[in-house]
Design a protein around this ligand. Structure first.
Ligand code: NAD
Length: 366
């Protein structure tokens, strides 16, 4: 049986778990003074140093934190590979309530932990991390990317992420409708935060019929004040009679409960881990005639942005040019999925794995 992030049993010893998901390293750090408990997962470094953000979360137990770091770092391997970047997959988690535990000392101690790995892992901002936190991490290690422009970094990656999502959506429309013109299409953007709002801007410009949904009224107002869009209640998204659903809020919204209600033709959005169960829900979408643009492929614009910063040659035009490849790769993935009768997620994973294998092989020659 192929191990996916859903059927991953997460039982047995730590080494069993690492073996199951094929991790290279799992590093732990504890600091009594600051209360830091952090884990860095390094999944695969064939393409280059592992890169992925740091997340702080009040996990129910240590095993939940280990499971998260193992799954997330593995996910980064495939995202970075399919984006054509020369970086591997990694991720860090800090255990604890960010509101209570986070301090300058804790973040700097975490920075020392990252530094101690000597550059095999590069970190960035993720859930519950602020720009200020990254500044503190950066005081102790240079292996940080995705810094604000004021600190010499590349700034907010969301516009690039949204651009990639938009191109992935267009490629999927081309596959489904024979044209990538989105004008007149009823498109629901779920979650109008950073990525969602930039996506709305592009879709409105293309004269799509845009519907938005968010759990916060102020977010909705910010968008309705600027753009001509309609608003959907948060529970009305799944059964809505629209053409394209763009999840830009949470993961796992494609699940056993939501898919049966869906009338969309396409799912293409920026959220991470949209499929609750990669294989089962991916197949359900096919049975319903819904074409799914794999999330980790089309939302890779953001990691491309921070990658160029990490390489020390940040150039906005290059970042956008590289992100544009999402269109062709997405079309190729959707064609392969159809031809081989597999889910688009599986087809995208195959592209990522093949690149890692191919590049791994040439590295053996020197
Ligand atoms: P964000 O926090 O700025 O925006 C998320 C929005 O979703 C918020 O406005 C929030 O109120 C809303 N939301 C939460 N639950 C909702 C629900 N049930 N229904 C409707 N709206 C809801 O986050 P973001 O940076 O825009 O990222 C959005 C998604 O894209 C996340 O899953 C993130 O992991 C993923 N992603 C982001 C980037 C990036 O560059 N920011 C890159 C890759 C992936």
């Amino acid at each position: 049986m192929t191990v996916t992030q859903d059927n991953f049993q997460n039982s047995g010893s730590l080494f069993d778990q690492m073996q199951e998901l094929e991790h290279e390293q799992l590093a732990f750090c504890h600091d009594k003074e600051t209360g830091l408990k952090a884990i860095i997962g390094i999944h695969n470094t064939v393409l280059g140093p592992a890169m992925g953000g740091t997340r702080m979360w009040n996990y129910t137990d240590e095993q939940a934190a280990i499971r998260d770091v193992l799954r997330l770092s593995r996910g980064m391997t495939f995202k970075n590979a399919i984006a054509g970047l020369n970086i591997g997959g990694g991720k860090a988690v800090i255990i604890g309530d960010a509101k209570k535990l986070k301090s300058e000392a804790l973040m700097r101690r975490f920075g020392k932990f990252v530094e101690s790995l000597g550059g095999i892992y590069w970190t960035a901002e993720d859930v519950n991390m602020s720009t200020r936190d990254m500044e503190h991490v950066n005081m102790e290690t240079k292996y940080v990317t995705g810094l604000p422009i004021s600190m010499g970094g590349s700034g907010d990656p969301s516009p690039v992420t949204a651009y990639g999502v938009y191109l992935g959506m267009k490629a999927t429309a081309k596959k489904v409708y024979g044209t990538d013109d989105l004008s007149g299409k009823k498109i629901v953007v779920q979650g109008v935060g950073h990525v969602g709002t930039y996506l709305v801007e592009r879709l409105v410009k293309e004269n799509a019929s845009v519907y938005i949904s968010d759990i916060f009224d102020d977010k909705i107002k910010e968008v309705t004040d600027q753009y001509s869009v309609k608003v959907l209640g948060k529970d009305d998204v799944y059964g809505f009679d629209g053409d394209i659903y763009a999840p830009c809020a949470l993961g796992a919204t494609l699940n056993d409960q939501t898919i049966p209600d869906m009338k969309y033709k396409i799912v293409a959005g920026g959220a991470n881990n949209q499929l609750d169960d990669e294989l089962r829900n991916g197949r359900q979408l096919i049975e319903k005639g819904i074409v799914y643009a794999p999330d980790f492929l089309i939302n890779s614009g953001g990691i491309t942005n921070v990658y160029y910063e990490q390489q020390g040659n940040y150039n906005r035009d290059s970042v956008y040019a590289q992100t544009e490849q999402i269109y062709d790769v997405c079309l190729e993935v959707l064609d392969q999925a159809e031809k081989k009768n597999i889910t688009s997620q599986e087809a995208a994973m195959n592209v990522a794995k093949k690149r890692i294998e191919d590049i791994g092989r040439i590295k053996l020659t020197f």
